[in-house]
Design a protein around this ligand. Structure first.
Ligand code: DC
Length: 224
């Protein structure tokens, strides 16, 4: 059977995970969320009492982290040792920690193999920041999803409200801009579209429209 690899990159709040998950479901592929892996490293650093910005201390924690990625009922779950931390990694504090640790080359190297192995094992829709450029440079389809910062902040604001952890819109927008700046400017695997990526601005699109467009691209690439 052919190994299908769809890489979806883009800034936070562009709808990557929602759309990647929906596309994977519609096409019978596995959804791999690499941001969740960086978030788990960020959480582990916070729990260890480390400063997530400390590029010397955080890498030293990696061998003791016992980070696990498991698929339960078709869903990716993140583990630290035997604890399922999937629901603990969505707080603003962990978001900031994830952005900080993801700038560290040893952290990226630590997660790269896991991500590549998952894509070897089965057909995937994988989302992140460097999937098309670094993790799966030979992916058959690369998408770069964007939306304006204001629209992405609006979506994240609503998401936080739904989760019962609301934050003022202005704060969400400010933190999102800070994260974008760090993700784009870092030296190690910065956020940028691969040369052969399809750019898709979702600012004025509904989820259904984005999904339709993505499914059309998959069909064009691999057939029905
Ligand atoms: O997509 P997300 O918000 O869950 O990602 C969390 C952080 O991890 C984000 O600041 C960027 C970083 N990240 C990365 O550097 N590379 C990836 N492939 C995925 C996420």
């Amino acid at each position: 059977m052919k190994n299908i690899q769809v890489a979806i990159d883009g800034p936070g709040g562009a709808g990557k995970s929602t759309m990647a998950k929906a596309l994977a479901k519609a096409c019978g592929l596995n959804y791999v969320d690499t941001g969740a892996m960086y978030r788990t490293v960020g959480l582990a650093a916070l729990r260890a009492g480390a400063d997530p910005l400390d590029g010397e201390e955080v890498p030293k924690l990696l061998p003791h982290m016992h980070l696990g990625v498991r698929y339960i009922g078709g869903e990716q779950r993140m583990f630290l040792w035997d604890e399922d931390v999937t629901d603990c990694i969505r707080t603003p504090e962990v978001s900031a920690a994830a952005s900080a640790v993801s700038a560290m080359p040893p952290v990226r190297a630590y997660l790269l193999r896991t991500q590549q192995d998952l894509a070897e094992e089965c057909s995937v829709v994988m989302d992140g920041r460097d999937i098309g450029t670094v993790v799966l440079p030979r992916a058959g389809l690369k998408i770069f999803l964007t939306a304006t910062a204001e629209e992405r902040a609006r979506r994240r604001f609503l998401e936080l409200q739904e989760r019962g952890t609301p934050q003022p819109y202005e704060q969400v927008l400010r933190e999102m801009n800070e994260r974008d700046e760090r993700d784009t400017k870092r030296a190690a695997a910065p956020l940028r579209p691969a040369e052969d990526a399809v750019l898709l601005d979702t600012t004025a699109m509904t989820e259904a429209e984005v999904l339709e467009k993505l499914m059309q691209l998959v069909k064009e690439r691999w057939g029905e």
